[in-house]
Design a protein around this ligand. Structure first.
Ligand code: SF4
Length: 351
């Protein structure tokens, strides 16, 4: 797929845009000034595959805590700030790699100038944007709660920074529905060449959030739009990272993983393929190797349907067959099938 090449922006050594890989983001749910809890959560997010993490900055303690977090954590840190130019300056001076602000809500010209100068002096990036709850009044009045209003509102904030010489900008235009999110980012992509942070806002609890995000962000990514993403979930942020990783794999933007294909089963299936498929998925979840593995319900159709797989298993009530690239490699009694298959799986993972 051809991706839109946007302006390259560096976030603490992690590159967004410019044809770089799509970066995964999430946000801590801890109080930022609780540095032990926040550092532990950032560590868990990094282990799950997160590239950039955002923290809330509600007060001076949160802003100052960024210095300690930077010394304890490996991920670039984005400070999320509303309504206070002073907190933005403190967060930047304490080493945040990017600020998430909307210039329109941090004060007047004088305050915006102070923050813009601080951003430039520390050579950090900034994310601006709009979501359906924060559209600037004039655009809401003119265009209603629409893709156009989101885009105009975001670009208005971009313009405030551009006028002050800030150009390392990432933009977001989030809605809580997949349709409006898709329309807004598609329009925004036509209107600018800044890298886009794509996401659905207030997407809900895990299952629905993943479906909504997959619909909106999946469609955008398949159209070459999006430089960094967050799958917002009401729940443990590690689940956001897992979902984002899976989404990038599903759309072909991350091929360095073990793709496990398994059939939906039907009346021909006479063994517990569901349990084995679950165990295989769990084993390979974090393995970085481009392999294809199949777990199929029956020996009649399984090997043929999965002939492009490096390794596969198909079963019956009495025996299973293990196959490699479509050729039967071994026939094993059903009771030994799981251990035999895992031993072959370990061989190709560690090869
Ligand atoms: S592989 Fe066999 S068990 Fe699985 S869906 Fe196809 S026919 Fe049914």
């Amino acid at each position: 797929m051809e991706r839109k090449v946007t302006r390259l922006v560096d976030i603490g050594g992690v590159k967004i845009g410019g044809g770089e890989s799509v970066k995964i983001q999430s946000m801590c749910t801890t109080k930022t000034s609780d540095v032990e809890a926040t550092a532990a959560q950032i560590g868990a997010l990094a282990s799950a595959g997160c590239d950039i993490v955002r923290v809330s900055v509600l007060d001076e303690e949160d802003a100052s805590a960024i210095k300690i977090l930077k010394s304890k954590c490996s991920l670039p840190i984005v400070a999320d700030i509303h309504f206070s130019h002073k907190l933005a300056v403190t967060a930047i001076e304490n080493g945040c790699d990017k600020v998430r602000i909307n210039p329109g809500n941090i004060g007047g010209d004088k305050e915006i100038n102070v923050v813009a100068d601080c951003i430039k002096a520390h050579k950090i990036a900034v994310r601006v944007g709009a979501n359906t709850g924060s559209i600037e009044k004039q655009y809401l009045a003119k265009y209603g709660r629409s893709a156009r209003a989101l885009v105009e509102s975001a670009l208005c904030n971009v313009n405030v920074l551009e006028k002050r010489g800030v150009n390392d900008i990432v933009i977001s235009v989030k809605a809580s529905g997949a349709d409006l999110t898709y329309q807004a980012y598609s329009l925004l992509s036509e209107r600018c060449s800044y890298p886009l942070h794509i996401g659905v806002t207030e997407a809900g609890t895990e299952q629905m959030a993943v479906v909504k995000s997959s619909a909106a962000l999946g469609a955008l990514l398949l159209n070459g739009i999006g430089d960094t993403l967050r799958v917002s979930i009401t729940g443990d942020p590690v689940r956001e990272v897992v979902a984002a990783r899976r989404l990038l794999r599903a759309v072909g933007l991350d091929n360095d993983f073990v793709d496990v294909i398994s059939c939906p089963t039907c009346g021909r299936c006479q063994w517990d393929v569901i349990s084995l498929a679950g165990k295989v998925n769990q084993r390979v979840e974090t393995v970085r190797k481009p392999l294809k593995v199949a777990v199929m319900g029956c020996v009649v159709n399984g090997p043929g349907e999965a002939k492009d797989c490096d390794l596969g298993i198909a079963g019956s009530a009495e025996y299973c067959v293990i196959f490699k690239n479509g050729d039967i490699y071994k026939r094993v009694p059903a009771e030994n099938a799981e251990s035999e298959f895992f031993s072959e799986l370990e061989k190709i993972i560690n090869d």
